[in-house]
Design a protein around this ligand. Structure first.
Ligand code: HAM
Length: 423
């Protein structure tokens, strides 16, 4: 029979198999822990949503919506999109489940896969992973600072050092309206192609984010929003900075920062890693005043962030951070014969219930092969379980690192392993 050809993963997706997946898990947990410690609760949402959620929520001037969405018609003829980001979905769910009518701020965290049809390269994938939080319903600069500090604590927990935090403020509606008038008349005088011009009409701030040299040069002297902040917005931004300083979170102000999503207002921020080249954003976020009402809810503000797990794994590698890569069991059981397998399974189950990590040798390998497997597994101890051991109720517990054996009764195995594994 001819061999069937192999199927490969779709282009541009990130995936993690052991041992790399251990690193992924460590990074994700490090990023999540500070959010949990600050009282954020899990929100688990569908990876696909009504397309309109993103066109309305994220904004049609963005690359994310105009070029990068995985949109398709489902079997019922509805337009569905694989979530390119998490905030719009969280807001949809908050409104739908009335979380905005409860204790505020609603504090939610999530982690999972997101999808953007981008040109794949190192650190830029079509399916990627984020940890995110959203705090919805309270406007308070202390909260803004806390959200930023939570992200920072996650990066620190991974052990990252070579990154910087950039912040800016997009101000309130009044500040943006005033700035927009001057920015639009500045842009009118520039030499731009039609596509760029029509994007700028939806959101003129987009032009600050244009990567083309000829556009960058023309934007050099463009009026900056930070210079147009209203008295309230300026005070608010100063207060965020004061709180960050009190928390010892270092930052630089980047008045030209443009986030890739249109819902931002007020405080916005990005964490940029120094060793990641073109895809250096390891996380970002900000406040969004109009999102809830845009999606049919009340006029409530929120703030949150999304942190890129994939890029944090790359950043950790680039900084030479080693994780606890050991995945080792406490005990490896080698059963000899079918009867012993039943005993091995029950013993393993009991020991696992008490929190020990136990593996069993499966298949009908000879003892030598099983010992090799035990060795490879990196297990701390091994026992051979044959008829005589079951009959006597005692086994030889072999410490793999020294080769030393101790005779232990099956009933005291748990106590014994617990005392040595806690050392
Ligand atoms: P974002 O800046 O679009 O924000 O994405 C957050 C992070 O996700 C980025 O800093 C980056 O680390 C990672 N990321 C984005 N796209 C890719 C990709 N194609 N491949 C690998 N990593 C990627 C948001 O998504 C907002 N929802 C964050 C937020 C929450 N703002 C307020 N609340």
């Amino acid at each position: 029979m001819s061999k069937r050809n192999q199927i490969q993963a779709p282009k541009g997706v990130s995936e993690y198999v052991p041992p790399q997946s251990r690193k992924f898990e460590s990074v994700r947990e490090a990023l999540l822990a500070p959010a949990r410690n600050a009282g954020y609760e899990l929100i688990e949402l569908p990876v696909f949503e009504d397309t309109e959620l993103f066109t309305r929520g994220v904004g049609e001037s963005t690359d994310v919506v105009s070029k990068e969405m995985y949109t398709f018609e489902d079997r019922g003829g509805r337009s569905i999109t694989l979530r390119p980001e998490g905030t719009a979905g969280v807001m949809r769910a908050v409104i739908e489940h009335g979380l905005d009518r409860g204790q505020l701020p609603a504090k939610l965290y999530y982690s999972g896969a997101f999808f953007r049809a981008e040109r794949p390269q190192a650190g830029r994938y079509r399916q990627f992973y984020q940890v995110g939080i959203e705090a919805i319903g309270i406007q308070d600069s202390a909260l803004d600072a806390e959200v930023i500090a939570i992200a920072n604590a996650g990066f620190k927990a991974i052990g990252l050092k070579r990154y910087r935090l950039e912040i800016t403020s997009l101000g309130d509606a009044q500040s943006r309206a005033k700035h927009r008038i001057d920015l639009v008349s500045y842009i009118e005088k520039l030499e731009l192609d039609e596509v760029t011009r029509s994007r700028a009409e939806i959101n003129p701030l987009r032009l600050f984010d244009d990567k083309r040299e000829e556009v960058k040069k023309q934007m050099n002297k463009a009026p900056l929003l930070l210079d147009y902040l209203s008295e309230d917005s300026r005070k608010d931004f100063e207060s965020v900075q004061k709180h960050l300083k009190a928390l010892n979170v270092e930052f630089v102000i980047n008045p030209r920062m443009v986030r890739g999503l249109d819902y931002y207002t007020g405080t916005t921020f990005e964490f940029v890693h120094e060793l990641l080249g073109a895809q250096s954003g390891i996380g970002g976020g900000g406040r969004y005043d109009g999102l809830m009402s845009e999606l049919g809810g009340q006029e409530l503000s929120g703030i949150g962030f999304g942190l890129g797990i994939d890029r944090c794994v790359l950043a950790a590698d680039a900084e030479g951070i080693s994780f606890d890569q050991e995945f080792t069991s406490d005990l490896f059981i080698i059963p000899l014969g079918d009867e012993s397998k039943i005993a091995a399974l029950t013993i393993a189950q009991e020991l696992r219930n008490s929190g020990l990590r136990v593996e069993i040798s499966f298949g009908d390998r000879a003892l030598k092969g099983s010992m090799k497997a035990a060795d490879k597994s990196g297990a701390a101890y091994v026992i051979v379980l044959g008829e005589s051991e079951i009959a006597s109720g005692a086994v030889e517990l072999k410490e793999m690192s020294t080769g030393k054996t101790t005779s232990v009764t099956l009933t005291s195995l748990q106590k014994h392993l617990q005392s040595v594994s806690s050392k």
